[in-house]
Ligand binder design. Structure first.
Ligand SMILES: Cc1cc2nc3c(=O)[nH]c(=O)nc-3n(C[C@H](O)[C@H](O)[C@H](O)COP(=O)(O)OP(=O)(O)OC[C@H]3O[C@@H](n4cnc5c(N)ncnc54)[C@H](O)[C@@H]3O)c2cc1C
Length: 384
């Protein structure tokens, strides 16, 4: 659903110019320094990028899902690190509060997240529980008007920068699965909360992950999201449905950028006395990529519109994440191939993108987990 096409066009134009003129020229610096320059972060704040999906009443732009994916197509046309910095505030870091938080929690935290004053992180994964997230072991024991949290979270995006964490922990040790899990808001600086060293990753330099360790970390009981125990895993899953669609949109934008770069190279690069773009085997790689991007873009827009229509899009979100992230990997591979040796050296951005986009098939549910979700939903629907 697009609320006002003209306002949206202004946002998309502003963003497209910002990506072209500010972010693309800074890509190499970010990759080399592993840091997004402070002036760029400030500009991202000014444009409102930290609050894209936070409701207007809490200081954000309140984008609908369709508007959000159109924005994601644009922002993904540069290093994914830029998107990663704003991604948690708009997605997994804030959505738990938006869908299930109490009014008081929303009023306190959301305006700070929307302005970018606070960076949010979402801490679900643990050393022993990734795909099987419901088996998590981090515990939260009630002690008077506090909970005492113990455990370790792994690969937490923006943890080194975060001012606030959404943390999934087991409040009922007798319930082993999802029903024993609650979601908490934990602020940076809370005694007993420690941030591990920053992970050295394959790609996405400038975006940071690390362990988050809780050692007898006392969190006020009012910080349990929604004020209720035992619904935290459901909150997490609601958040992931939306997140999967967002990541699928990011895959489309990244693939479009890689294909643009590959096309330009194919037109410029001469072999056997003519541009390599004249060779039909190169054309096949360009055409297959174009068709697959178009398919993914159409899927993402369709699923986004359905979500705006309040349909249950669990299956569609997983279909989009599965297809778009795998598509993005194939486009990255073909784009390297089209570049030949130049695709393997860092002078050309495709070498970096090839590494950066590999993550999309892994986080927010691996490809295999999306397959399981889709098949499980199909079988359940057939049996109803
Ligand atoms: C850079 C980065 C950022 C991340 N950011 C966050 C974050 O902000 N917050 C957060 O909570 N987590 C985050 N994660 C964690 C991420 O979501 C997990 O890594 C991911 O869900 C996979 O879990 P795992 O790494 O434990 O792999 P595993 O679950 O151990 O999976 C290993 C392999 O086994 C396969 N597999 C597992 N179960 C099955 C099955 N039943 N059937 C078939 N195959 C299966 C998987 O598909 C995969 O191929 C991040 C990870 C990375 C790398």
């Amino acid at each position: 659903m697009i609320r006002d096409q003209e306002t949206l066009n202004v946002l998309l134009d502003t963003l497209s110019r910002f990506v072209r003129e500010r972010l693309v020229p800074a890509e190499n610096e970010v990759a080399e320094t592993d840091l997004i320059p402070a002036d760029i972060v400030a500009e991202m704040r000014d444009i409102g990028l930290f609050g894209l999906c936070i409701p207007e009443e809490y200081g954000g732009l309140g984008l609908t899902m369709e508007e959000e994916v159109l924005v994601a197509f644009e922002i993904a046309r540069t290093s994914p690190a830029f998107r990663s910095l704003i991604g948690t505030n708009n997605g997994i870091g804030s959505q738990g509060l938006i869908v299930d938080g109490t009014e008081e929690q929303k009023r306190y935290y959301l305006p700070k997240l929307a302005s970018g004053e606070l960076i949010a992180s979402f801490a679900l994964t643990e050393p022993g529980s990734g795909s099987d997230a419901a088996s998590l072991r981090t515990s939260a024991r009630r002690d008077g008007d506090h909970y005492v949290i113990n455990g370790t979270k792994r690969f937490i995006t923006n943890a080194p920068e975060a001012g606030v964490f959404t943390v999934m922990a087991r409040t009922n040790p007798d319930i082993k699965g999802a029903g024993g899990i609650s979601a908490f808001i934990v602020e940076k600086g809370t005694p007993g909360l420690h941030i591990g060293k920053t992970d050295k990753k394959m790609g996405q330099k400038g975006a940071h992950t690390s362990d988050v360790i809780f050692e007898d970390c006392r969190v006020p009981a009012v910080n349990i999201i929604g004020g209720k125990e035992g619904v935290g895993f459901k909150t997490a899953m609601k958040v992931l449905d939306k997140g999967r669609l967002h990541i699928a949109a990011i895959c489309v934008g990244a693939a479009e950028r890689m294909l643009d770069d590959a096309l330009r190279y194919a037109i410029e690069r001469q072999q056997f006395g003519k541009p390599i773009a004249d060779f039909q085997l190169i054309q096949a790689m360009l055409a297959d990529s174009k068709a697959e991007i178009y398919a993914a873009r159409s899927m993402v827009l369709d699923a986004a519109r359905r979500r705006d229509n309040k349909e249950d899009i669990s299956t569609e979100a997983s279909c989009c994440k599965l297809f778009a992230s795998e598509m993005c990997g194939r486009v990255a591979d073909r784009a390297v191939q089209i570049h030949g040796g130049a695709g393997y050296v860092s002078e050309y951005s495709i070498e970096r993108f090839y590494r950066d986009v590999r993550l999309f098939r892994i986080y927010e549910g691996t490809t295999q987990i999306q397959q399981l979700v889709i098949a499980r939903n199909m079988i359940r629907n057939a049996q109803q």
